[in-house]
Design a protein around this ligand. Sequence first.
Ligand code: NAP
Length: 336
Amino acid sequence: MPAFPSREVRLASRPVGMPAPEHFELADAAAREPATGEVQVRNLWMSVDPYMRGRMYDRPSYVPPFQVGEALQGGAIGEVVASAAEGFAPGDLVSHMLGWREAVTAPAAIFEKLPRDAGVPAQAFLGVLGMPGMTGYGGLLEIGEPKEGETVFVSGAAGAVGSLVCQIAKIKGCRVVASCGSDAKAEWLKSRGVDAVINYRTAGDLTAALRAAAPKGVDVYFDNVGGDHLEAALECARPFARFVECGMISQYNNTEPTPGPSNLTYIVGKSLRIQGFIVTQFAPLRDRFIADMAGWIREGKVAWEETVLEGVDKAPEAFLGLFKGGNTGKMLVRLA
Ligand code: NAP
């Protein structure tokens, strides 16, 4: 079986502040013929995700840093081209973490076979039925513990994680208040049943806007943004509110230490619970997550949007778009 032609995106240099196209380089790198125990895969889809910004810093974290001059990594869905490993055959659909390239040859253990008959397109395993779906499901239900009739505030609400959190909170009988960065995104969220949406770019005083949208206060805050959103949520939190600290995208490109919200003292006075998490801790919930989410999709209770760029050369643009609000729903790159 011959090598499979491939291009890959490498980290050209470590960004300081907002990343730019010059921090990436496109290179040729064929996927070699598989040796015993290996599988050769042609990638169909790859994911770009905000956490990848963290991997561009050279510092210890829960995932190792990307290396300058080497291909980036991340979630991908591919099709087996050739296999020298038991259990994999040409045509199998697989999920793995060697995205940012058109094809790859690697040990079989890194690939997970996906069902062909799941009733969703393959790329759904990078979104609603993949890592972002699990993040929203586990974060909201396990940490947020929403109860019927409570108010849930979601920032970054029109993105991959946020849009699913909004819909799961509606399924649980909550009143959902969302924040996002455009009127078009706000309209889409309302079409999915969100009760009130704040366009934070035009709202002016965010705390005043949140108070108006959540007059009884916030019981659960699902934080994707941090900064002024966290401050507004602290201001509007009800006693014993739960804060699900999923991400703080407003701070990922900061070059200076950011002052914290000025009103952290509410944590004491309102008896707040503020808890962060990394999605991998929800691995034991996986079967329940897939069953629930697949059911909600079948019943029409959960829908999703995708923003798709075409070709591995567009992967940096897709990634950079995450920090400019360029996506509604899941940001994806189609590779084949
Ligand atoms: P996403 O929401 O699909 O994409 C990022 C969105 O963030 C953009 O579309 C943009 O939408 C918004 N944004 C960017 N910069 C912003 C800023 N300065 N202020 C306010 N909003 C900003 O991304 P995602 O994959 O679903 O991730 C959402 C969050 O969850 C991120 O913080 C991510 O790091 C986090 N996350 C955490 C885990 C975990 O294990 N803890 C796992 C996955 C994701 P607007 O147009 O609305 O600005």
